[in-house]
Ligand binder design. Structure first.
Ligand SMILES: *Cc1c(COP(=O)(O)O)cnc(C)c1O
Length: 523
């Protein structure tokens, strides 16, 4: 690989077939970008540093023998490097992001404005409680809303993502079982239609995970689940709406059976977007459920935006929830309960999930979102999300196999399979073809209950025009696959990189840049 002085790497454009090669490797204003170590020169820095006065070497022979190998760039070179890289990102602010189960929806800028208010942005978690009453008020107010929207008894605000919330809920279940002397219950039942994090969480918490099959309709096989209940079952983890995009209609019946058998019901509520304002999980007999603020309540995610996964808890599990939590007194003063022992409150807490109280910025954004929508607006979120998904499902079921279309309307996401694609064509080819059309692909090969799954979640924030464009693009790619168009096998053609060997990239990732040769430091 040749890298010239400016880091141009013309050969990187190889494999693309969208016109003649260029001198730089750039394609118009889509600029090629080398690694930061490969551009600039170690003679350059972004700051002016005065020469250091000579000092006696007191390192006892441990002085570095070679140059440290830091990249050397001027300020404009540095800014251009990162700006170019940032332009290669695809994000929700750039276009439709149909990743199923991820709820990639528009993040209203009002949320950002509120989160950046200095009174929220510039505080420190170790500040005295009296000096952060406003921030604690936000946490407390959000907690009240989450409890109200879910019809639950309490909420643990500190978990920092959906999967972290799952762990929090399962640890509550474990603590509750141990408190009543039934710590020997060691099995968690997880339906096939659950999200992959569910079995991972249960196993991480030390439970044996047992699968419960799905019905041909794409829902939990209730009879099989009930048949497995017994004195060794700690609980079940059910995703609702499930990853087939369907509402688990039997959930109340399942909860009653699980409770009668002495277990607890964990609900994966990451898909709350589909039912917020319409269904209260507490009415379905759920004991613990995480809510992804970064999905339903529109706090930014993807590309490293922090998550936040508060867990709502039933009356039975609330005493075991983690510390700290906020408490509002009659005089309006809010305190942060940090210890199990203070005044005998919360003696049964299983401990802490995080060092501090959770993701303050996400709390502020989520509360802003909730207050700006109000009760009727939140209900409309769910209704429009479901309407949009059904529009996608019904618009494409003629060209792509929709395995559960017969099960009635879907919830927030539309599921397709690779059934009907000709031999030699796969879900992956369809996804790669969508990249050439300028879309981030949908979720692929998940859920596992159908072959070659394609899961599309449009969310409520896409317009009909945007959906029509996506539907047209996906239809066109699917038709090309059905017609056996060989060019689809090597898509994407117009992306900065052509089709990658994803298996190799996943199995043998090259995560460390190895310096070619560095000059030996001068004596
Ligand atoms: C996103 C998601 C999760 C995991 O949430 P993270 O915040 O990514 O940890 C769990 N379950 C379902 C159904 C999800 O969609």
């Amino acid at each position: 690989m040749t890298i010239n002085a400016s880091g141009w790497r013309p050969e990187l454009g190889a494999g693309r077939d969208d016109g003649p090669a260029t001198f730089t490797g750039n394609r118009a204003l889509m600029l090629e970008e080398a690694l930061i170590f490969e551009i600039g020169s170690t003679e350059t820095t972004g700051v002016d540093i005065a020469d250091v006065a000579p000092v006696a070497d007191r390192l006892g022979g441990l002085a570095r023998e070679r140059a440290i190998g830091l990249p050397g760039l001027s300020e404009p070179e540095t800014i251009r490097h990162y700006t170019r890289l940032s332009r290669q990102n695809y994000g929700i602010d750039l276009g439709f992001f149909p990743l199923g189960s991820c709820t990639m929806k528009h993040n209203p800028r009002l949320n950002e404005k509120m989160a950046r208010l200095p009174g929220f942005a510039d505080i420190h978690p170790l500040q005295p409680v009296d000096s952060v009453q406003g921030a604690l008020g936000v946490i407390n107010e959000l907690a009240v809303w989450l409890i109200k929207l879910t019809g639950m008894h309490g909420v643990a605000m500190s978990p920092k993502a959906g999967a972290h919330g799952e762990l929090c809920g399962i640890l509550c279940i474990k603590a509750a079982l141990e408190a009543r002397g039934e710590g020997h219950r060691n099995v968690i039942l997880v339906p096939e239609s659950a999200h992959g994090t569910n079995p991972a969480t249960a196993a991480f918490a030390g439970y044996q995970v047992e699968d419960i099959p799905a019905t041909p309709e794409g829902r939990v096989d209730t009879a099989a689940l009930k048949a497995r209940l017994g004195p060794d079952v700690a609980g079940v983890m059910i995703t609702n709406p499930n990853t087939c995009g369907l509402f688990e209609r039997d959930l109340k019946d399942i909860s009653d059976a699980v409770h009668a058998a002495g277990g607890y019901v964990y609900c994966d509520g990451a898909n709350f977007n589909a039912i917020v304002g319409r269904v209260r999980p507490g009415d379905l007999g759920i004991d613990a459920m995480h809510i992804n603020l970064h999905k339903t309540f529109s706090t930014p995610h993807g590309g490293g935006g922090p998550g936040s996964g508060p867990v709502v808890l039933s009356e039975a599990l609330s005493p075991f929830g983690p510390l700290p939590f906020t408490e509002r007194y009659a005089d309006g003063h809010i305190t942060l309960v940090e210890e199990e022992t203070v005044g005998d409150r919360h003696p049964d807490s299983f401990g802490r999930m995080t060092a501090f109280h959770g993701q303050m910025g996400m709390f502020t954004r989520a509360l802003t979102y909730i207050l700006s929508h109000g009760a009727d607006g939140l209900r409309q979120v769910a209704e429009d999300a479901v309407l949009n998904a059904n529009y996608v499902l019904r618009s494409l079921e003629g060209v792509l196999d929709a395995p559960f279309a017969h099960s009635g309307p879907c919830m927030h996401e539309a599921l397709f399979s690779d059934d009907g694609l000709p031999d030699g064509f796969s879900t992956l080819d369809v996804a790669k073809g969508l990249i050439d059309e300028g879309f981030h692909p949908m979720t692929v090969y998940f859920p596992l209950v159908v072959h070659g799954a394609m899961l599309v979640e449009p969310t409520e924030t896409e317009s009909k025009a945007a959906l029509d464009q996506f539907i047209g693009a996906l239809r066109s790619v699917a038709e090309r696959a059905k017609a056996g168009d060989p060019s689809l096998k090597s898509a994407p053609h117009f992306a900065p990189r052509a089709r990658l060997d994803e298996t190799l990239a996943a199995r043998k990732p090259v995560l460390v840049w190895k310096e070619p040769t560095l000059p030996v430091a001068a004596e």
